[in-house]
Ligand binder design. Sequence first.
Ligand code: MN
Length: 335
Amino acid sequence: MAAEWARAVRILDSAPEICLACHIRPDGDALGSMLAVAHALRSRAGSAGQRVIASFGDRPFKIPRILRFLPGAELLSPPEYYPERPRVMVTFDAASIDRLGLLEGNAARADELIVLDHHASNTRFGTLHLIDAGAAATAVLARDLIAALGVAMTRDIAFGLYAGIVTDTGSFKYSSTSPLVHEMAAELLRTGIEPGAVALELWDRAPFGYLGMLSSVLGRAVLEPGAAAGHGLVWTTVSRADRAAGGLDFEVAESVIDVLRRTDEAEVAVVLKESDEGTWLVSSRSKGTVDVGRACIRAGGGGHRMAAGFTATGSADEAMARLREHLADGADSGR
Ligand SMILES: [Mn+2]
């Protein structure tokens, strides 16, 4: 692993142009990690004469509303302007190449493809892999990369990294929250970023229409005590119609799972979110007994033991039937 890091630094030190990409519909870890590294590379670009390009493969190219507070939006460019065949490309938080969306082909053609990730399900699609499934977030690896590049921590870098660790540890609530995560948080907070301001942007605000959406979505939640091998399942859907009523973007659906997962009677919580295009993005959370990562990988997606997801065309009921089947024997594995 040390040799891989040294090789990554050598590649990044000598590249005239570095192309960064995170997974589509980026979350705080994907975009935060990428922007942190973009800031770090830019800060030394003057001396190195390097060009830095950062993007993600969504069309329309839209930074999720809750992430617009991150410094560095001006460092991003739409995927249309991405080099066709990057000489050096780095991916962030993408477990497989298809998670790069419109930039999948660019990644496949890249001469050097450095994969920075913490998903156990990572398919190792690059030429160099900086992958640690034990890391709480890709942001932890991004911090290590920035340190290896010899760039000092700044407030702009810290914003992205902090967004990454709070997103992936659920504000230091998930069991991925290690002493190391808190040590890293301390290092980042010392740059002067305010945790309250980050939390407000990420989770603690929404338009009024959100309340109505939440009310309908939670009101039709279903509890299936016998599902997930008897460990219990709670689930609901967030349709386009639910969002349209309040004029809400897709990303507001992301927070629903955090309410659902409180259910005492269910080990597994699932939210099916309908995209503007009509596909279903299925998110699942486990309290630990059931491996939702394994179930979602079988359903064609990816993720971790405690948090995972997949995408489904067709109806929500079909997607749910598929997941129910995979969850039926997903209990107690790996324990
Ligand atoms: Mn992540």
